[in-house]
Design a protein around this ligand. Structure first.
Ligand SMILES: Cc1ncc(COP(=O)(O)O)c(C=O)c1O
Length: 377
């Protein structure tokens, strides 16, 4: 268990922020790194061609360590939708074949698949929410020989319902189907066994559980897809781009591995140092330790909320960092505003109140949340 890390964040005592699934706050060190990056851009005579690579390569390596891959497998992208669009461009779909999605999945992992299905005569199959929230069984049941692609999260973004990606990955492999993961709502807070899940593409925006900047994300690309087509054709990911004097000697070749999928202008001088600092801290804490600590926090809140008629998914059906609370008859319409008036920040997604803590949350935050809920409900 990791003790409160609130001192590393700039969160005033009176703020109870339980909304990492909306946006993770920056560490103080990451904010300082971003400020230094802005300063560097103000003095461009200090920026040399090698600086277009150094920080990006550092971020790439750190993300690779986080997911258990090699830096060659990682592309730097701008958003989850950018990564999903890249995956959709690189997985052929034949007429009549199916793409599996979950009901109420986040739209960044839906729209590109709709386009692919439309363009190729394929079919989107949306798995409805199972009554018992056993998504793993529902997905396994839906995988047949017509499924070509499953585009899934590790846990749902609404209530944290969990999928067993190892079991799902294994069945997809047997069928010869591809697995594309949007792990924006889990990576950095919940371990994922890449070697066993074997996704084709794995994508995460950095601004939530990676405690990173907005407009930066990362994509793992399995080696068999390294020869694929990037979404855009920028110069920085071409072979030899380190030599700025030779850029008009246009080449067909790319930088090695998944670097060909990098977004244009990925060497963002303000944002990349922020991502690097955050990834370093997450690795230092350890993702398994983060998950254990956050699981403890959400279990405690869930147990205390049960007396208020608020129910959550059973522990084995939800991600430990994610708590979705529902109530018979629904939640009061003004719930969010009333909590906000007391400096307590949560979200409502669908029918559930989403409570997503991080290591900065302390006992006082939980106490204030509970007292406020007792008064409102
Ligand atoms: C599951 C999931 N994926 C992705 C995103 C963000 O997508 P994008 O980076 O395309 O804006 C969110 C934001 O809430 C999300 O919940």
């Amino acid at each position: 268990m990791i003790p409160s890390q609130r001192h590393l964040f700039d969160i005033p005592d009176e703020i109870a922020y339980f909304n990492c699934a909306y946006m993770g706050p920056l560490l103080k060190t990451a904010r300082a790194a971003g400020h230094a990056g802005i300063d560097r851009k103000s003095l461009p005579w200090n920026v040399s061609p090698v600086d277009f690579f150094t920080e990006s390569e550092k971020a790439r390596s750190l993300f690779a360590t986080l997911v258990g891959a090699s830096a060659d497998d990682i592309a730097i992208i701008s958003s989850a939708s950018y990564g999903i669009a890249t995956a959709a461009k690189n997985i052929p779909l034949s007429r009549g074949l199916k793409i599996l999605l979950l009901e109420d999945q986040f739209p960044s992992n839906v729209y590109s698949w709709m386009e692919l299905a439309r363009a190729s005569g394929g079919e989107i199959v949306t798995i409805p929410t199972p009554a018992d929230y056993d998504w793993t069984s529902a997905v396994l049941k839906a995988i047949d020989d017509k499924v070509a692609i499953a585009a899934l999260p590790h846990n749902l973004w609404t209530d944290g319902a969990l999928l067993d990606l190892v079991a799902i990955g294994e069945k997809l492999k047997v069928q010869g189907a591809k697995l594309v993961l949007d792990v924006t709502q889990s990576l950095g807070a919940m371990p994922l066994d890449l070697a066993r899940v074997k996704p084709d593409f794995l994508i995460a925006a950095a601004y939530k559980w990676l405690l990173g900047p907005y407009s930066v994300g990362f994509m793992y690309v399995a080696p068999e897809h390294h020869g694929g087509e990037p979404l855009e054709y920028n110069w920085l990911n071409r072979k030899g781009s380190e030599n700025f004097a030779g850029l008009v000697d246009y080449v067909d070749e790319y930088q090695p591995g998944a670097r060909r999928f990098d977004m244009g202008e990925r060497a963002n001088f303000a944002l990349m140092p922020v991502a690097v600092t955050a990834l370093e801290q997450i690795l230092a804490w350890g993702v398994a330790n983060i998950q254990e600590t956050l699981t403890h926090k959400t279990q405690d809140i869930a147990a205390r909320c049960a007396g208020l008629g608020l129910t959550s998914l059973p522990d084995d059906k939800r991600a430990g960092h994610f708590l979705g609370l529902r109530r018979d008859g629904g939640l009061p319409k003004d719930l969010l505003d009333r909590l906000k008036a007391e400096n307590i920040h949560v979200s409502v997604r669908g029918s559930s109140m989403r409570i997503t803590p991080h290591l900065f949350n302390n006992e006082a935050d939980s106490d204030r949340l509970l007292t406020a809920l007792e008064n409102i409900l």
